[in-house]
Ligand binder design. Structure first.
Ligand SMILES: [Fe+2]
Length: 376
């Protein structure tokens, strides 16, 4: 007799594909490495209790432990070997004492990352990198993350994805200091903290995605939807209210408070057409642009993680920029171009260009030498 295949949220699996995770093991995780499933004996059907990539709420684990539950089934998604490798590479960067050691660690990590998430034919799940980066950098209290998650699981998971990707992009464009990378991780996760809590709605999340793809469209969308003034103000002011909330409640997660300010102007634009302060933002450093760049490329969508489904993920996000029409109204072009160059470089794809540039520089130097000699 063939075994029954279950379909659940787009996942297709047999019972033999499921492993066991004890509640003690689950309680030690911050991010769930697979889909946690309860098999209803009565109906012989699976119930999805926690998705891969979800934040493991300690209250969830406690609730089931108190009920006497020892374990659940798990459809494993993340690859522990990759998680361990990424964690050890981040730690190597963190403890590097000399600048030369830090750059060697930076190159090693970027190369490992680029082979998986830039090289499109790779076979990997994005979750490996998110879990490792979250494990190494996260300094937020559980209650902050639970609050984001309870507002919207998608908002929480997107925050984790963005935070991890922002950290590696900052590294790629030349920032190797662990504390700076940590601040980038946290400011990116908390970019939309102003939307968390009462006031968040489906319309607001739609406005966010429209604003992301085309600055100004989120505001127009809410006006056309004729939302109440309260709802409109909630969205319009979320950069400033978010910054105030983060300053008040997440102060301790930051090494330096400077980057935190970015939250208050993450929807401003070059030409003063952004919101809520209508500032003219030309003067951002590349580091400050990184979270804005990531916010631009990561969609507002629910992700059901599947094994080996994320090869070249960051490259796919970046390539989608080409079709975006408003890149020049945002200060992200420099980071975008630099990232493409650095990733190609670690993958050895720009060797030819380098040699050619070097040759051109040498020719230039030789010419200058000659002019010097002739002058003398
Ligand atoms: Fe926002």
């Amino acid at each position: 007799m063939t075994e029954k295949t279950f379909n659940l949220k787009g996942l297709s699996f047999d019972k033999k594909d499921l492993g066991i995770i004890t509640l003690d093991e689950l309680g030690e995780k911050q991010i769930c490495p697979g889909h946690v499933i309860f098999m209803s004996a009565k109906f012989n059907r699976p119930v999805l209790l926690m998705r891969a990539g979800d934040f493991v709420d300690p209250a969830f684990v406690k609730k089931y432990k108190d009920k006497g539950q020892k374990s659940f089934y798990i459809l494993s998604i993340a690859n522990q070997k990759n998680i361990d490798e990424f964690e050890s590479l981040w730690v190597k960067l963190k403890i590097a004492a000399l600048e030369s050691e830090r750059f060697a660690a930076r190159n090693e990590l970027l190369k490992y990352f680029a082979n998986l998430y830039w090289y499109e034919d790779s076979v990997v799940c994005a979750l490996d990198f998110y879990i490792a980066t979250f494990n190494v950098f996260n300094r937020l209290a559980d209650e902050i993350i639970v609050e984001v998650r309870e507002t919207d699981t998608m908002l929480c998971e997107r925050g984790m994805q963005m935070a991890s990707l922002a950290t590696v992009v900052a590294l790629a464009i030349g920032y190797t200091d662990y504390e700076i990378l940590s601040d980038i991780f946290h400011v990116t996760f908390l970019l939309d903290f102003g939307l968390v809590g009462e006031g968040y709605s489906y319309l607001i999340s739609q406005a966010c995605d429209k604003e992301r793809l085309s600055p100004g469209d989120g505001i127009t969308y809410l006006k056309n939807a004729k939302v109440s003034k309260k709802e409109f103000d909630f969205f319009h002011s979320h950069p400033v209210t978010g910054y105030q909330k983060v300053f008040r409640r997440c102060y301790g997660a930051f090494y330096n408070l400077e980057l935190m300010k970015l939250i208050s102007f993450h929807h401003e634009q070059h030409n003063g057409q952004g919101f809520p302060q209508r500032l003219n933002f030309w003067g951002l450093s590349d580091l400050e642009v990184v979270p804005l760049f990531i916010d631009y490329i990561v969609p507002f969508e629910e992700v059901i993680y599947q094994e080996n489904s994320s090869g070249g993920l960051l490259k796919k996000y970046v390539d989608a920029i080409e079709s975006g029409s408003k890149i020049d109204s945002l200060p992200i072009r420099r980071v975008y171009e630099r990232l493409e160059y650095e990733m190609s470089k670690v993958l050895g794809e720009v060797v030819e260009d380098d040699i050619q540039n070097e040759e051109e520089n040498n020719i230039e130097e030789e010419s200058l030498d000659l002019i010097d000699k002739l002058g003398a």
